[in-house]
Design a protein around this ligand. Structure first.
Ligand code: BGC
Length: 452
């Protein structure tokens, strides 16, 4: 257990030069979905389908970052952060996905980047945070091999336009997230299902991840290049063999499927025979080299652990989750278990690969049912979540893991994908009718913590 708890923690303990930031994404924050020549994204179209987004919410205005970026960046600065992670919207820059560059889209990101630099916020730019241009989805999206050519063009344009000022690049946001939810389970855009979509999407994302790294390396002087992985400690429900094996299969999918190709090890198929299909489907053994890239850092994104038990009814994986609520452990408004020790465990797991040079926590945070009462949001549970997780992080750092940044998810409440607007993750509350911002007590807590 950590010697630290929230109360005796201070930002100083993480050392000078530690990057403290907030993270957000274009589709979740910008709004302005038809403004200044932006093309449609798969999420704009997916949201029109009945029942896909809670309460029928639409991402069209979100929290209006497109018009309020100056204020929001100022707020990030005022809370004491020195780093700001945001994503570029592919359909804003290339409305047809490829070909013509939308100058106004580029101009918007130039303004955001310049404002960050003016305020002393280091811009961390994500190339792809799930908002594929709809024009490309019509051509097969991530299931098509041509995505590599399209992504190459997009990354090249971004490097050329922004690489003089942006040095910190993240190629993909959680490839496991968008391939599984969007191309296997159909719960996220573009809403595709089944292995015949999932397997090629995985393979193309793994290739694009490395390809994007090469492009930025080639075109951006002194670039610091990473990519992000979702990760969750997977805990077997019991120590019965069938539960242990089910947890192992889930762990391969959730934690190993994308990092191992990036590290040059190919897919983790030896421990999960099913993944041979991934290889056969894509003739992937030919591509081990192309899926590898020497990333300068790995972005880890963790929110919760999962507990898994054997379930023969579930195809392929034969495993299902035992939810936090039924296990009577603390959980967030998303139903996700709160467990900072597992945050430490999963960071350690990734560090133990041995070839990860540097870790940045590129997302971590929690949603709760926040309420504004007399102008105050007293989100004590979120404060406690951050305290516990930062204590666990400090423990990992003190044990010698090269961890150099922590980016909280997220600055303002925003569009939480298929959960719409009801799930609030922000340090700043947003009234989505008036766009009024109210700093939550967790935001003030960060300000004190960072000033300490
Ligand atoms: C994603 C974010 C999302 C967050 C909370 C991460 O998987 O990168 O876009 O809002 O989790 O669900």
């Amino acid at each position: 257990m950590s010697a630290y708890n929230g109360n005796n923690l201070s930002a100083k303990m993480f050392g000078p030069g530690f990057q403290w930031g907030v993270a957000m994404a274009a589709q979740q924050n910008e709004g302005a979905y038809m403004t200044d020549g932006r093309g449609l994204s798969i999420w704009d179209v997916f949201a029109r389908r009945q029942g896909k987004i809670k309460n029928g919410d639409k991402p069209y205005n979100s929290c209006d970052f497109y018009y309020r970026y100056k204020d929001d960046l100022m707020l990030a600065k005022a809370l004491g952060f020195n780093t700001f992670r945001f994503s570029l919207s592919w359909p804003r820059i290339l409305p047809e996905g490829t070909g013509r560059v939308n100058k106004e889209g580029v101009a918007f990101y130039n303004k955001v980047i310049d404002e960050c630099l003016k305020l002393g916020l280091k811009p961390y730019v994500t190339l792809y945070h799930w908002d594929l241009p709809q024009a490309l989805e019509k051509e097969g999206g991530w299931t098509s091999y041509r995505i590599l050519k399209w992504f190459n063009r997009y990354a090249t344009v971004c490097a050329a336009e922004f690489g003089d000022r942006v040095k910190d690049w993240i190629i993909l946001n959680e490839p496991m997230g968008f391939t599984s939810l969007g191309y296997m389970l159909g719960r996220h855009a573009p809403g595709k299902t089944g292995m015949s979509n999932f397997l090629p999407a995985v393979h193309h994302a793994a290739l694009a991840q490395a390809e994007g790294g090469h492009i930025i390396r080639q075109l951006v002087d002194k670039a610091h290049i990473g990519t992000t992985f979702s990760c969750s400690e997977v805990i077997p429900y019991t120590d019965r063999d069938e539960d242990v094996m089910a947890a192992k299969r889930m762990d391969i999918l959730m934690n190993r499927l994308f990092i191992e190709p990036a590290l040059g090890r190919g897919y983790p198929k030896d421990d999960f025979k099913f993944l041979e299909r991934l290889e056969l489907h894509n003739k992937a053994w030919k591509y081990t080299q192309q899926m590898a890239f020497r990333f300068d850092f790995i972005g880890l994104q963790n929110y919760f652990p999962i507990v898994i038990r054997y379930n023969p009814i579930i195809p392929v994986i034969q495993a299902s989750e035992v939810k936090a609520v039924s296990r009577k452990v603390p959980y967030t408004a998303m139903g996700w278990e709160i467990n900072a020790n597992s945050f430490y465990n999963i960071i350690r797991r990734f560090w133990l690969y041995g070839s990860v040079k540097e870790i940045i926590i590129t997302e971590n945070g929690a949603a709760f049912k926040d309420e504004v009462k007399n102008g105050v949001v007293n989100d004590t549970q979120r404060i406690s979540y951050f305290q516990q997780h930062l204590a666990a992080l400090l423990r990992a750092k003190h044990e010698g893991m090269n961890i150099n940044g922590y980016l909280a998810w997220t600055l303002t409440d925003n569009f939480e994908w298929s959960e719409g607007y009801h799930a609030r993750f922000g340090l700043i509350h947003v009234d989505f009718k008036t766009q009024l911002r109210t700093i939550k007590n967790s935001g003030y807590w960060f300000r004190e913590f960072l000033a300490s």
